[in-house]
Design a binder for this molecule. Structure first.
Ligand code: PEP
Length: 249
């Protein structure tokens, strides 16, 4: 089964007006693999300006980095999936480890956010991953499957979800998972999907890897059977993001 390769660029809380213009214009001008779906996730305030810059370009989509589960109301500082839909932002990252750790987001909140996004027809990049301590205890797969179980109750249609396996110890550390480590967890996620939704549908779900992906290490990871793309932090702010999008060329 050939799944369309998927590469997301998570800019986190980085950038400026001139920087997002530079990044978007670089991407617009680059040769991108036709078989690679590309989503960039700038900070909220650059979502609409980036969308404006991408008008007429159907190769690069835009996503938000998070969205609250309530549609509107007195939730100072938050934005909702209903707002993303209103602004025609088609993707949202949910459950990123920085949200889970720095902002104490629980599995239950992640599930509610996933539900709210899918109810608004906003597609979800669902992040899961274990800490270093959990990996050293041999609990990586148990943790990741537990996070999936918690979010799965909100998902009826997995074609609207991309699963991002992002080991916390690899995010922003320069310490990328080996291809064997990543493939082992991706295969376990695929097995979980087979049990949850059956072989046919499980084969269609993209499982992407995130954690210190770079132009230098993307090709060997992309060659793994169950690695269907990447979620990229640091390198999405650099020209090498294009090499990562083109990892299968
Ligand atoms: C991320 O934050 O999703 C990520 C993968 O970051 P980095 O590529 O910088 O490790």
């Amino acid at each position: 089964m050939s799944r369309t390769f998927f590469v997301g660029g998570n800019w986190k809380m980085n950038g400026s007006i001139s920087k997002y213009q530079e990044l978007v214009n670089n991407l617009k001008g680059a040769r991108l693999d036709d078989n690679s779906e590309v989503v960039i996730a700038p900070p909220y305030m650059y979502l609409l300006p980036a969308q404006e810059l991408l008008k007429g370009n159907n190769r690069i989509q835009i996503g938000a980095q998070d969205a609250y589960f309530k549609p509107s109301g007195a939730f100072t500082g938050e934005i909702s999936s209903a707002m993303l839909k209103d602004a025609q932002i088609s993707w949202v990252i949910i459950g990123h480890s920085e949200r889970r750790t720095l902002f104490h987001e629980t599995d239950d909140e992640v599930a509610k956010k996933v539900q709210a996004a899918l109810d608004e027809n906003v597609k979800v990049i669902l992040c899961i991953g274990e800490s270093l301590e959990q990996r050293e205890k041999g609990d990586s797969i148990k943790v990741v499957i537990g996070q999936l179980d918690a979010a799965a109750k909100s998902v009826k249609d997995w074609s609207k979800v991309v699963i991002a396996y992002e080991p916390v110890w690899a995010i922003g550390t320069g310490k990328v998972a080996t291809k064997e480590q990543a493939q082992e967890v991706h295969a376990a996620i695929r097995d979980w999907l087979v049990k949850a939704i059956g072989q046919g549908d499980a084969e269609k779900v993209r499982i992407i890897y995130g954690g210190s992906v770079s132009g230098a290490n993307c090709k060997e990871l992309a060659a793994q059977k169950d690695i269907d793309g990447f979620l990229v932090g640091g390198a999405s702010l650099k020209p090498e993001f294009v090499d990562i999008v083109n990892a299968r060329l």
